[in-house]
Design a binder for this molecule. Structure first.
Ligand code: SAM
Length: 241
């Protein structure tokens, strides 16, 4: 279990270089999956919960967007990197937003740090308008490629000399399957309407534009293969309550 204090200290220490990760393959593909999901929406209010260094704000007008993060250092760096957008310190379980105020609520890679994602999910539902959209990204629990390929991925990481620190091993990082995420959504009044997979970390490291990555990731025609190999799952829901 990782408490909020541990999570905050963990991300405070990662904040100065977190923005560089968006260039790494799975994170870049995740950004594109979210970009595809929001393309048809015209949200007047977007709340980005656990906004990190704020990269997702680039998809939205500054007037519509607010990012909250529990880490003061993340908020400091996001405000420096994207000065036209608004970022504040805030806890995902007590978001300082009125009920039913967001057309679109993002929660990209946050629930995995907690044993019980329910209070957090309920809070996302509370702040979202009826019929509004909620997008949640998590580590993909159906991935079967992770163990055998981890050693290879680590070797590639070392050869490429990444400009940021590798992740600490003692922090909780719960994966969730598509089935789990569908059921978790239903339990709080969210209907899953779409999902996307972000493919193998070990492939095309730091080169998100390669053709293979594009074909492999986020294509429902390759669902079986993607579900077993993707490192990240992105779920799009509509609020039904
Ligand atoms: C893996 S990072 C993802 C950051 C960003 N969403 C992205 O995709 O680049 C997780 C972020 O969630 C934040 N976080 C963790 N627990 C939180 C909580 N209870 N409330 C708000 N933010 C939280 C962390 O500080 C960190 O910035």
């Amino acid at each position: 279990m990782s408490g909020k204090q541990t999570v905050t200290e963990h991300f405070d220490s990662y904040a100065p270089t977190w923005h560089l990760r968006i260039k790494q393959h799975p994170y870049a593909i995740r950004y594109r999956v979210v970009e595809r999901m929001v393309a048809g929406l015209s949200p007047k209010t977007v709340v980005d919960v656990g906004s990190g260094t704020g990269e997702y704000c680039q998809l939205f007008d500054p007037q519509t967007y607010i990012g909250y993060d529990i880490s003061p250092e993340m908020v400091k760096h996001s405000s420096r990197l994207y000065p036209t957008h608004k970022f504040e310190v805030g806890d995902a379980e007590q978001i300082p937003q009125p009920d039913a105020s967001a057309d679109l609520t993002l929660d990209i890679a946050v629930i995995e740090y907690y044993d019980d994602p329910l209070p957090h999910m309920r809070e996302l539902v509370r702040i979202t308008k009826p019929e509004g959209t909620v997008i949640v990204a998590v580590p993909n629990g159906d991935n079967r490629s992770k163990k055998p390929l981890n050693g290879l991925a680590r070797l590639i990481d070392r050869l490429l000399v990444r400009p940021y620190k590798p992740y600490k091993k003692d922090i909780l990082h719960n994966a969730h399957t598509l089935k789990d995420m569908r059921a978790l959504g239903e339990s709080v009044g969210l209907k899953m309407v779409d999902y996307g997979y972000c493919s193998l970390r070990v492939l095309m490291h730091d080169r998100p534009n390669t053709a293979l990555s594009e074909v492999w990731s986020d294509r429902h025609s390759l669902d079986w293969l993607s579900s077993k190999t993707a490192t990240i799952l992105v779920c799009q829901y509509v609020k039904t309550v």
